[in-house]
Design a protein around this ligand. Structure first.
Ligand code: SF4
Length: 436
């Protein structure tokens, strides 16, 4: 379980139509009363063009339906900020405008009613222009104001002469880090940028400091969390394809979150952003940072004891349950009874496969023994029936201690003496339960 969350100065994003979301918290507000720390929220970014209005709206709504709390859109051209005026009334999550180089795009996005601006002050060379954006954010939404995320990604921090001395000092301080010099530049840049915002008395700030190097991301956010009071947007930038980006992202973000660092996350893949949302949510569920919506699926990796097509079954179960089960039900799909009952302990619904068969349990009670082609349909039916009972208040998730008595491998599961003799099924089933 993560340690308690690092306290930050909470920011609010949204409006009365899409609702308001809190990011971070724990530090006192100006009134002096401490804020309650908000759950870590998941965000992503559209992959399509913002000026293709219908497609952009469809993509945002698809990502929101998948669980994205916030969606960011790129606004490189005026036609993109003009499109925002039509997009915003048609979506139901707060929208962030991603601004690079052109401060006018930020002003136009604010005028259109966007809920947050992502800005890298290092990409806007004229300080007056940055101040114009800050002032526009302060006065946005009828004076309530909107937050700004300051991004100091590894790829966009550029040294400036007047900060050389400070960076040298910080470089010496961070000498113990593998990337001490880069970390020093990042901290120095943040100090420099934040000064601009503080001079304007603007504090609705979220900070990000991304890199494609997972170890650097952990070091950077760890140091930033010690130095600044603002909520942190975690991410590994350019993490690559999903196949490798998952590991890169989970190592970095998981390592930080488990230490209480991070208030909002974006996993980024060279793939459909729906995977960023799904994996971001799963990461938070696994760490106990968000209450799970839908099934928590346990499945065995299979081994030489397997006697059904378990990989296909697991994928079919995942897809079928994802659409129909909305309560956080624990479901186990196990390849055999050798280790299955121990590993599925605590599952609300479980199936243990035998020789082309499956025995299904609901909270420890055996309810069916069906041939392989019927496993999916019966398992789904049992999950839905159990979900209905939970919704009616007749059963509680995870309430019953699931003490599964394993099925007989010879008779019920049809493994037979020849397979036991051949070592395909352990003879002493009772002795191996719960051991890997
Ligand atoms: S022992 Fe059984 S439950 Fe464990 S991996 Fe092998 S088939 Fe799956």
């Amino acid at each position: 379980m993560p340690t308690s969350r690092h306290p930050t100065r909470q920011v609010l994003i949204g409006d009365s139509r899409v609702g308001f979301l809190k990011i971070g918290g724990g530090l006192p507000e100006q009134s002096g009363s401490p804020t309650t720390t908000a759950p870590v929220i998941v965000q992503t970014m559209t992959a399509g063009y913002t000026h293709e209005i219908d497609r952009c709206v469809a993509e945002i709504n698809k990502l929101a339906a998948a669980g994205a709390d916030i969606v960011r859109v790129a606004v490189p051209e005026k036609k993109d900020t003009e499109a925002l005026k039509e997009i915003l009334p048609r979506v139901r999550v707060p929208i962030v405008a991603d601004v690079h180089f052109h401060f006018q795009r930020a002003l136009e996005a604010i005028e259109a009613g966007v809920h947050k601006i992502r800005l890298n002050p290092g990409n806007i060379t004229d300080r007056k222009q940055v101040i114009d954006v800050i002032q526009a954010c302060k006065g946005a939404q009828g004076g309530r104001g909107i937050p700004i995320r300051i991004g100091v990604n590894e790829g966009s921090i550029i040294e400036r002469k007047d900060k050389e001395k400070r960076m040298k000092e910080l470089g010496a301080f961070f000498a113990g880090y593998k990337h001490g010099h880069l970390l020093a530049i990042m901290i120095a840049k943040l100090e420099e940028y934040l000064d601009i915002f503080y001079e304007q008395d603007f504090r609705d700030i979220v900070i990000s400091a991304k890199s494609m190097d997972a170890a650097f991301v952990v070091d950077a956010y760890t140091e930033i969390s010690k130095r600044f009071e603002h909520p942190l947007h975690l991410g590994v930038t350019h993490a690559g394809p999903k196949e490798t980006g998952t590991i890169r992202s989970v190592v970095a973000l998981g390592g930080l979150l488990i230490n209480g660092i991070g208030d909002t996350i974006r996993i980024s893949y060279a793939n459909d952003p729906i995977y960023e949302v799904q994996d971001g949510l799963e990461l938070l569920y696994c760490l106990g940072l968000r209450e799970r919506v839908g099934v928590d699926l346990i499945a065995c990796p299979t081994c030489g004891r397997i006697q059904v097509d378990l990989f296909t079954l697991v994928q079919d179960v995942r897809k079928a349950l994802a659409e129909k089960v909305t309560v956080p039900m624990k479901v186990a799909v196990m390849g055999c009874i050798v280790n299955g009952p121990g590993e599925a302990e605590g599952a609300d619904v479980a199936v243990f496969a035998g020789d082309r068969r499956g025995i299904i349990y609901v909270q420890g009670e055996r309810v069916a023994n069906v041939p392989e082609p019927e496993i999916l349909e019966r398992l789904l039916a049992e999950c839905l029936a159990f979900q209905d009972k939970v919704k009616r208040g007749e059963a509680k998730l995870g309430e019953k201690k699931v003490d599964i008595i394993p099925p007989d491998p010879i008779g019920e599961l049809g493994s037979g003496f020849d397979k036991i003799a051949g070592g395909k099924v352990e003879k002493s089933v009772g002795l191996t339960i719960g051991k890997s």
